[in-house]
Design a protein around this ligand. Structure first.
Ligand code: PLP
Length: 352
């Protein structure tokens, strides 16, 4: 029932197959995996990590927990992912790493980011919470940087209630990742028979899930291609249904970044302005359809002011946060997708 048994090993192996990553270690959340990544980057007070402001709090908290500073840069207005030009401009002699988020499951421009990382000797981490099964230039998310963090929270494609994984691609970081995940001990080495007792060798915490969670997760991972296919067909149905709305300028549909394939994690609409977006959310609520916005930008949040700083303008982040609305997207949405489409079309008929 405790961690690192049969099912954990199966999950790790399945994730290595799915991501093409060197070493996968399941964790109890993506938040935990990001915390591990921050430790593996050896972050401390005075260090800076460049990341988008348009992300979930865990991307930044991992850095703040190490006493380092998140430096927020704007996203690209089309891909909604971290802008490589703004990233390059934000590098200082304090920068230690770049944390790139694959928003809505579409990978960021990882070649451009890796070029910046190599030029300045930085570590590059994928926050791939939403991106299992996605690809960039035919390479899977999880294999695109030195490390990658995934989420199996119930809102994601592959779920185990709460859950996550860290994928480590830099061979020099693998052994330390195992130690950090096992409370700072070399228990993994002990379990492989490489040492005759295990002991405290580094800092760490308890980041591994129990076997019950791992067994549930393994069943999900085995079904990943089918789950992705089902969600992609919902994504394509929405895209086809709303193409006429885009043509008349009512909404902007997701723009799929060049050379990437998504995983059907999310479908969103970009409204012309905030009041129309908020009005839409209210109208849909009356029809009992939940259509949440995303995200409150971290640079404008109280903790963002306290712990982080911005580099460059944030105009795209602010605009997207005002205008974006997510439509229902889950595995067993089924024919209800047509009901959602009807209600969205009805909203625009009335407001036109
Ligand atoms: C981009 C991003 N990073 C990190 C997380 C945190 O994932 P978890 O809930 O598994 O800790 C999320 C969750 O939604 C996310 O969207």
């Amino acid at each position: 029932m405790s961690g690192d048994g049969y099912y954990t090993k199966q999950c790790n192996a399945a994730l290595e197959r799915l991501t093409g990553g060197q070493k996968a270690l399941i964790t109890h959340s993506c938040t935990a995996a990001l915390e591990m990544a921050a430790m593996l980057c050896d972050l401390g007070p005075g260090d800076e990590v460049i990341m988008p402001s348009f992300t979930f709090v865990s991307t930044a908290n991992a850095v703040v927990l190490r006493g380092a500073t998140p430096v927020f840069v704007d996203v690209d207005g089309e891909t909604l992912n971290i802008c490589p030009k703004r990233t390059a401009a934000a590098v200082t002699d304090k920068t230690k790493a770049i944390f790139a988020v694959h928003y809505a499951g579409f990978p960021a421009d990882m070649d451009a980011l890796m070029e910046i990382a190599n030029r300045h000797n930085l570590l590059l981490v994928e926050d791939a919470a939403q991106a299992l099964g996605s690809t960039y230039k035919e390479r899977p998310a999880g294999s695109l940087a030195h490390m990658a963090a995934f989420s199996f929270h119930e809102t994601k494609n592959i779920v185990s209630g709460e859950g996550g994984a860290l994928v480590v691609n830099n061979p020099n970081l693998i052994e330390r990742a195992e130690i950090i995940r096992e409370k700072g001990t070399d228990r993994s080495r002990f379990m492989r028979g490489q040492v005759d007792k295990y002991t405290w060798v580094d800092m760490g915490s308890s980041y591994l899930p129990g076997e019950l969670i791992a067994s549930y997760l393994f069943a999900q991972l085995e079904m990943e291609p089918m789950i992705r296919q089902r969600r992609m067909s919902l994504f394509h149905r929405y895209a086809e249904a709303f193409a006429p709305l885009q043509q008349t300028g009512c909404v902007q549909l997701p723009i799929i970044p060049k050379n990437t394939k998504g995983n059907g994690h999310m479908f969103f609409l970009m409204m012309p302005d905030r009041s129309m977006r908020d009005n839409f959310i209210d109208q849909m609520k009356q029809a009992e359809i939940t259509t949440p916005f995303h995200y409150v930008p971290l640079h404008s949040a109280p903790a963002g002011h306290r712990f982080g700083r911005t580099a460059g303008p944030m105009s795209e982040t602010d605009r997207i946060s005002d205008c974006l609305v997510r439509l229902p997207m889950y595995f067993d949405l089924g024919n209800e997708v047509e009901e959602v489409i009807d209600h969205v079309n009805a909203f625009f008929k009335v407001t036109a």
